[in-house]
Every structure is written in structure tokens, then in C-alpha cells.
Design a protein around this ligand. Structure first.
Ligand code: NAD
Length: 349
């Protein structure tokens, strides 16, 4: 079912307002979820709305949090989100980091007591779209073992770095620390297809190509083996430890509906102009990107992409044609609409 971004935004906003989220915060959250759908990151789009609403209804996420700036100086701040929606705390913190970087080269804002904040690129791109470098990360519920280990020990902690990209817009890396998302394993399982070695392990930590073994007690693996494990651990320290908050297995799943998640995020902005004039910077980046795009290609490859380029193209396409939501998701959203008493989401085909 094709749904326009305007329809999606309005629907998310109205649903969140029904559970007492103030209009401005509902819009901020709607922007993040809609942007994810537009960019083709459907796993972090409107698919999450039902869970957000249910967590608010259960009092695990606060619709009207008392967000507090605990400490602040010219370059840094610590924000206690007081169980706010991750997007609400995230937007505020990234805006603070950007202002600090504009005035004093670097801004670093740490957030604690937060929730799932959606796609990390939403925040890093707030910086790059203003000519700054944005670096954003978060811890998550534990989903993967350390290299050589068994069990859900570390989050697949997302990291996004976005830099201004001259006439290309931005260069945006946005990734989880697991080799693949669990959604991809489930997809293969539904099609009775084998997964490539390295995507996941069985419950004993042994390599498997059987997706069902990963689903039933197995685990995802860190991207790039020990390198992804190392990065996930560092993110855990830069977020949960620096914020003196929860880490690893202490963070409950957002689907467990047991207690507030107390997730921590870090938002950093760096002012390009403290190092090089923006015009010179853009010229150099454009040269570099041109050189990469024109690299020799492996046979069968038609085009080399810059990180974030596939998502940008998807965004342009979906802005024109609409976002394709599965029948299953439409049913879930319209059941939610009925429960909340908001207009159902209508789409074309
Ligand atoms: N909030 C959370 O707790 C949480 C946790 C995990 C992931 N996430 C989000 O999930 C989303 C998906 O993460 P993912 O790891 O599945 O991403 P992915 O594997 O789809 O993409 C990772 C990166 O690779 C780039 N890329 C992909 N194909 C490319 C190609 N052919 N050429 C050049 N670059 C290419 C993409 O632009 C992207 O920057 C991200 O938005 C991330 O922030 C959020």
C-alpha cells in the first residue's frame, strides 16, 4: 500500500497526541519515523509506532517528561531525558551540540534516561545539513555476544557519522554493529533460504547457515568480527558508562514492557570551518567523491555508491511515489488507529 509522507507524518502525530504527547514532540517523533521510511530504513520507521504508543500507555515512556540539563559548559552537556521518547531527547541534545560547535568548534551532549531514538542518521544529518560534522551513537538492548562468547551481551549499538558532501548533499554512514539486522535473518527463514556464514550463530555459538537456529536461541554476530565487537563495546562506554547509567544486559528490550529502558546516547558536532573554509572543504570533498564514484568496478557492478547515496535516492523516489507499507503493517496501524480513535491511514496502491 502506497502512503505519502504527509499522510504518514499526520497519522503518527495524531496517534502520539492521543496518548498525551505535546504537539511539538509528536511532530519531532513523526519526522524521525517518516524520514526512516523515506530513506528506505523501514525497520526504524512507522513500524515502531505501535510499540512507542504501548510503552507510553504503560507509563514506561513519559509523554510529558521533565527533561533536565544536569550540567553544561561551552562544549558539553549532560541531559537527563526522564524517560522521554528518544526522538524528543535526541533532537534537543543534537540541537545543543550543533549550537556549541558553531560557537566553540565542538559540541558533545550526552543523554541518559532515554528510549529508542530511531535511526541515528536523523541526528547526524541535522549537523551535516548545516555544514557541520555530526557523530551520533546510542546503546541498545543486548543482542549479540562478544567475539568468542555466547549469549546476548552487547547491544548492536548504532553509529552514524554524517559530513557535508558538497553538491552531493551529505556523506552519511549509518549502521548497527551487528553484521545484519535480525529482520534479514527472519526474511531468509520465511523463504526457507540458507543464510550466508557469519550472519549469526546457533545457541551454542556455532556458525550456522540455518536461519531458524539463529532465531531459536541463537544470536547475531558483530559486524567485521572483533572489530564490530570492539566498536560496540566502545559505544557502550561512550554512552552508558560515561552517563553513569545502564549498559549491556541491564537494558531491557523495548518489547518486554517491563520497565523504562534507560538508554544513553551521545551526540557530537564539529565545526568544519574551524579547520578549513566551507567552500574549500566542499570542493575537496567533491573531488574525492568523484574519484571514488569513478573507481574501477568489479565485473557485473554498474555503479559505486557513496555511503548514504542509496538512502538519498530512495528518499527522492518515495517522496514522489509514496512509501510502500505491507498489508500486515497497515492492519497493525489501523487497529491502533481504531483503539486510539484517530483517522485510519489510507493509502493508494
Ligand atoms: N535506535 C537503535 O537502537 C538502533 C539500533 C540498531 C540500528 N539502528 C538503525 O538501523 C538502521 C539500519 O542499520 P544497518 O546496519 O542495517 O544499515 P545498512 O546495513 O542498511 O547500511 C549500513 C551503511 O552502509 C551503507 N551502504 C549500504 N550499501 C552500500 C553500498 N552498496 N555502497 C555504499 N554504501 C552502502 C549505507 O548507506 C549505510 O550507511 C540505521 O539507521 C541505524 O541507525 C538503530
Amino acid at each position: 500500500m502506497l502512503v505519502t509522507s504527509e499522510q504518514l507524518m499526520l497519522f503518527i502525530e495524531e496517534a502520539l497526541k492521543k496518548v498525551e504527547v505535546p504537539e511539538k514532540d509528536a511532530r519531532t517523533t513523526a519526522e524521525s519515523l517518516t524520514m526512516a521510511n523515506l530513506r528506505g530504513v523501514d525497520s526504524h520507521g512507522v513500524l515502531r509506532l505501535d510499540t512507542y504508543v504501548k510503552r507510553i500507555q504503560k507509563g514506561l515512556v513519559k509523554a510529558n517528561p521533565a527533561i533536565k540539563i544536569e550540567r553544561e559548559d561551552n562544549n558539553s552537556a549532560v541531559v537527563d531525558a526522564n524517560d522521554a521518547l528518544g526522538q524528543v531527547a535526541g533532537n534537543l541534545a543534537m540541537e545543543m551540540a550543533i549550537e556549541k560547535a558553531k560557537a566553540n568548534t565542538v559540541g558533545v551532549v550526552l543523554v541518559k534516561g532515554s528510549n529508542h531514538f530511531g535511526t541515528a542518521a536523523h541526528y547526524s544529518m541535522m549537523a551535516s545539513r548545516q555544514g557541520l560534522i555530526g557523530i551520533v551513537s546510542s546503546n541498545t538492548t543486548a543482542l549479540m555476544p562478544p567475539t568468542g562468547g555466547i549469549g546476548k551481551v552487547l547491544g548492536n549499538n548504532p553509529l552514524s557519522i554524517s559530513v557535508p558532501g558538497g553538491s552531493c548533499g551529505e556523506v552519511t554512514v549509518d549502521m548497527a554493529m551487528s553484521n545484519v539486522a535480525m529482520g534479514k535473518v527472519i526474511n531468509y527463514s520465511q523463504q526457507n533460504k540458507e543464510i550466508p556464514l557469519g550472519w549469526g550463530v546457533d545457541k551454542d555459538g556455532k556458525d550456522t547457515t540455518n536461519p531458524k537456529e539463529v532465531q531459536n536461541g541463537g544470536f547475531l554476530l558483530p559486524v567485521g568480527g572483533p572489530k564490530g565487537y570492539g566498536l560496540a563495546l566502545i559505544v557502550e562506554i561512550l554512552t552508558g558508562v560515561l552517563a553513569n547509567s545502564l549498559v549491556g544486559k541491564e537494558i531491557k528490550s523495548m518489547y518486554a514492557y517491563e520497565e523504562p529502558q534507560k538508554i544513553s546516547h551521545i551526540f557530537m558536532a564539529i565545526n568544519v570551518e574551524s579547520f578549513i573554509g566551507l567552500n574549500d572543504y566542499n570542493q575537496r570533498v567533491e573531488q574525492l567523491l568523484h574519484y571514488i564514484k569513478n573507481a574501477d568496478k568489479v565485473s557485473g557492478v554498474e555503479e559505486i555508491f557513496i555511503p548514504g547515496e542509496i538512502e538519498k535516492r530512495c528518499s527522492e523516489k518515495r517522496a514522489k511515489e509514496g512509501n510502500n507499507l505491507s498489508e500486515e503493517l497497515m492492519t497493525e496501524l489501523n487497529t491502533l488507529a481504531q483503539e486510539l480513535g484517530v483517522e485510519p491511514l489510507k493509502g493508494g496502491n
